[in-house]
Design a protein around this ligand. Structure first.
Ligand SMILES: *Cc1c(COP(=O)(O)O)cnc(C)c1O
Length: 231
């Protein structure tokens, strides 16, 4: 299967081709290497192969890794976040992708202010309407963003979405397209910055996500190989 460096290069190439197909500049897409369940050795390997951005989705695991690796990499928290973990999440994350309620946003903002920081966040939106997925419903997004305006500790940079898992990535294209439209509408209403970030696409569907406007793709398996157990 090749080394982590080879697979990282292959993913970059695929992102580059998806950019070409859709007339986008390759620099407009940031690859977040998802390092959950990976060892420190594997993470060092991907960093030395040129990855800069890494994504974790459990606070405890991220804390342990942060203690080893420090603040050199750009840390993205991409998992479901509980309010009692907000302080640690703010301490270690450059970006938090998974804000999906005002209560969580408020807690993150308070923790960020206390730490003298402006926390970059994305709001996770549940476009597909799947009951089991986290994220705010599309029709409640504008209200949530409106309420978040007064939160001084946060810099709201855009939206994140998780598409349902399907065999054929083409089937989730409408989810990504709809997420982009939502972001555009919110930007027009002054609720998001113009050119807001879109965190969408994983190993199974990142090319389609790039074609639909993703600026941050979260890729684990395609770089590191399969994880031990589903998570
Ligand atoms: C695990 C995970 C990913 C990466 O998934 P792969 O299929 O391994 O690329 C992306 N986003 C989130 C939120 C995840 O939890």
């Amino acid at each position: 299967m090749g080394s982590i460096a080879d697979r990282l290069a292959a993913v970059r190439e695929r992102i580059g081709r998806a950019c070409e197909r859709s007339g986008r500049a390759p620099q407009s897409v940031t690859l977040v290497a998802v390092t959950k369940q990976r060892t420190i050795a594997e993470i060092r390997e991907v960093l030395s192969a040129g990855a800069v951005n890494i994504g974790e989705n459990y606070v405890q695991e991220a804390l342990a890794k942060h203690a080893e690796l420090g603040s050199g990499p750009v840390w993205h928290f991409i998992g479901h976040l509980q309010r009692n973990k907000a302080r640690d999440a703010v301490r270690l994350s450059d970006w938090i992708h998974s804000v999906d309620s005002l209560r969580l946003a408020d807690e993150l903002s308070r923790r960020a202010v206390a730490q003298g920081k402006r926390q970059r966040v994305l709001v996770e939106v549940n476009v597909s309407g799947e009951g089991t997925k986290s994220g705010v419903a599309s029709d409640q997004l504008a209200a949530l963003l409106e309420s978040m305006r007064s939160l001084d500790g946060l810099a709201v940079e855009g939206l994140m979405t998780m598409a349902p898992w399907v065999d054929d990535a083409e089937l989730v294209r409408p989810v990504f397209a709809e997420t982009r439209r939502l972001a555009e509408r919110c930007a027009a209403a002054g609720l998001l910055p113009h050119g807001a970030h879109l965190s969408m696409g994983m190993s199974s569907d990142f090319e389609v996500a790039v074609e639909e406007g993703a600026t941050l793709v979260r890729v684990g398996t395609a770089i590191f190989g399969p994880r031990e157990a589903a998570s």
